[in-house]
Design a protein around this ligand. Structure first.
Ligand code: IPM
Ligand code: MN
Length: 361
């Protein structure tokens, strides 16, 4: 077995509820396969502001840098959503840790469980067979460019900026992934309008030359947003910038049935960071309603990507598959055909997955 130290950052809202089950799955895998996983916890977001005044306390960052992988829950609080004047905000914690850890590549797989074809608002025949891997750039773009407000308060600006090396390193990651998949890559930008996108396209075209086996397509973001729901099967690896990727992957989550199903891996220079793509969902926080599957799938990504434990990762997705095949659902993925007795809370869903995890051989 292997020895790893994992930092769990539950964060805000439903974060603590869902990460409980991600962690429980990690413990189960460790026991089953003879690995030694040690855990530590830390604060981030609103939870951290409450205690320390900062959304990313130094202690959390130090622990993050010293760990082998990080499991994160969710971030945000309604209190700030309707208060644009708040200077200290929960989301700053997440953005800062991404930057500090050099997590420039955010991998968001759109994994489709056949059992959930009816949970989507899109037609099953359009969805069936969809398998997309998004590469969202995560430490550049308008997210990190200079933010300004004029003295009279009447003008605001966010600088959209990209450097060549930032585009190149994520393009390389996406092409490497495409080589291991169906060798199709779609780069999404807005090169008909934005200078950052023209740089993006130029760099992607250069990187593409190093991967002649990969079939490259360039698409404008508006068109991509439309094509994604019109014919999602046409996409395989999708490479895009920070803001476009943020929006496009929320859209794509509806292909998988729910935001509650999508996991992500943020990787780069050092420690990997694994989190659901969903937010803190304060409307259902603390009510045992959240879907823990995105957190559990994030753990599968951690095992595979950070620790190279492919078999263990597969075991987790198999257990989820079995849980869904047996008809169990959380509210967000239930549909008209779901047996009401099989609509489970967060805890019961987590327990079901653990049960199938133990039974799967
Ligand atoms: C995400 C989230 C974050 C982002 C927010 C919470 C800052 O929406 O991870 O997709 O925009 O990157
Ligand atoms: Mn988002």
């Amino acid at each position: 077995g292997i020895k790893k130290h994992i930092l769990v950052i539950p964060g805000d809202g439903i974060g603590p509820e869902v990460t409980t089950w991600g962690k429980a799955v990690l413990e189960n895998i460790a026991e089953e396969y003879g690995h030694e996983f040690t855990f530590d916890g830390a604060l981030m977001g609103h939870a951290a502001i409450e205690v320390t005044g900062s959304p990313l306390p130094d202690d959390t960052l130090a622990k993050a840098k010293a760990s082998d992988a990080i499991l994160f829950g969710a971030i945000g609080h309604i209190k700030y959503d309707n208060d644009p004047s708040a200077k200290v905000r929960p989301e700053q914690g997440l953005l800062k840790i991404r930057k500090e850890l050099g997590l420039y590549a955010n991998l968001r797989p759109i994994m489709l469980f056949d059992e959930l074809l009816d949970a989507s608002s899109l037609k099953p025949e359009i969805l069936k067979g969809t398998d997309i891997l998004f590469f969202r750039e995560l430490t550049g773009d308008v997210y990190f460019g200079e933010k300004k407000r004029s003295e009279d308060g009447n003008t605001g600006s966010d600088l959209m900026i990209y450097h060549r090396y930032e585009v190149e390193r994520i393009a390389v990651k996406a092409y490497e992934a495409a080589m291991l998949r169906s060798k199709r890559l779609c780069s999404v930008d807005k090169a008909n309008v934005l200078e950052t996108s023209r740089l993006w396209r130029e760099v992607v075209q250069e990187v593409a030359k190093r991967y002649p086996e990969v079939e490259t397509e360039h698409m404008f973001i508006d068109n991509a947003a439309m094509q994604l729901v019109k014919n999602p099967k046409k996409f395989d690896v999708v490479l895009t910038a920070n803001l476009f990727g943020d929006i496009l992957t929320d859209e794509a989550s509806q292909i998988a049935g729910s935001m509650g199903m999508l996991a992500s891996a943020s990787i780069g220079d050092g420690t990997g960071f694994f989190e659901p793509i969903h937010g803190s969902a304060h409307d259902i926080a603390g009510q045992n309603k959240a879907n823990p599957l995105a957190s559990i799938l994030s753990v599968a990504l951690m095992l595979e990507i950070s620790f190279g434990l492919t078999e263990e990762a597969k075991r987790i997705t198999d257990a989820i598959d079995k849980t869904l095949k047996a008809g169990y659902r959380t509210g967000d993925i239930a549909d008209a055909h779901t047996d009401p007795a099989k609509i489970l809370g967060t805890k019961q869903m987590g327990q079901k997955v653990l049960q199938y995890l133990k039974e799967t051989v």
